[in-house]
Design a protein around this ligand. Structure first.
Ligand SMILES: C[S@@+](CC[C@H](N)C(=O)[O-])C[C@H]1O[C@@H](n2cnc3c(N)ncnc32)[C@H](O)[C@@H]1O
Length: 189
């Protein structure tokens, strides 16, 4: 089972001028440590908001995995002609990624954790992480605002920390990014 997932028909919301201003994708990825040569995975890559800049940062000699449970989203991404190092991965149920265990240096999961059973989802992310890999979670603050998922579906930063610990992951940083989102960084515990 999973919670309500974002629908591809709303994809334009993911790439608004406002979102680009408050959450600039390339700057955000670099700020949290994505570098040239790292093997990168974007879980729930959607229309490629983080995936495409991430693929450029790691460069053509490192893979950038675009993982999504929605074939429509993956098709949208393909339509954007992403860089040649992008590898598209469809996951049927969202809890099993066709990616080798311990193969990824940097994983991002943006605006997606609240859509899933957190521990089941995080354990699968942990499986694909190299021993020293970094996981960057970005999600909606649990505060009343006009946009975003319903309040009861949102997770607080302490809740995310607890779910990470239950999944064998250790929180190394937890910060508020802007009026909408926070970031939690984790490593293998
Ligand atoms: C709200 S969108 C966010 C897209 C992108 N991460 C961003 O920040 O712009 C959520 C995306 O995650 C996908 N998704 C949700 N749960 C997933 C799962 N367990 N595995 C793979 N994709 C998932 C949805 O299909 C959708 O494309």
């Amino acid at each position: 089972m999973h919670r309500h997932r974002f629908e591809a028909k709303h994809h334009k919301r993911l790439d608004s001028a406002y979102r680009r201003r408050i959450l600039p994708p390339s700057t955000t990825l670099k700020r949290f440590g994505l570098k040239r040569g790292m093997v990168f995975a974007d879980i729930g890559s959607g229309s490629g908001y983080f995936l495409i800049p991430g693929a450029r940062i790691v460069g053509k000699d490192a893979a950038a995995y675009a993982v999504d449970a929605s074939r429509e989203m993956l098709a949208l991404l393909a339509g954007k002609r992403p860089p040649s190092n992008v590898v598209s991965v469809h996951t049927k149920d969202g809890y099993k990624f066709k990616i080798e265990k311990r193969s990824i240096d940097f994983v991002i999961a943006s605006a997606i954790l609240h859509e899933n059973e957190p521990v089941r989802f995080l354990k699968e992310i942990r499986r694909i992480m190299k021993p020293n890999a970094k996981l960057l979670i970005i999600d909606w603050r649990k505060e009343s605002m006009r946009y975003g998922p319903p309040m009861e579906e949102r997770l607080t930063q302490p809740e995310v920390k607890t779910f990470l610990a239950k999944s064998g992951l250790k929180t190394v940083k937890s910060v508020v990014l802007n009026s909408r989102y926070y970031a939690v960084v984790a490593k293998k515990g």
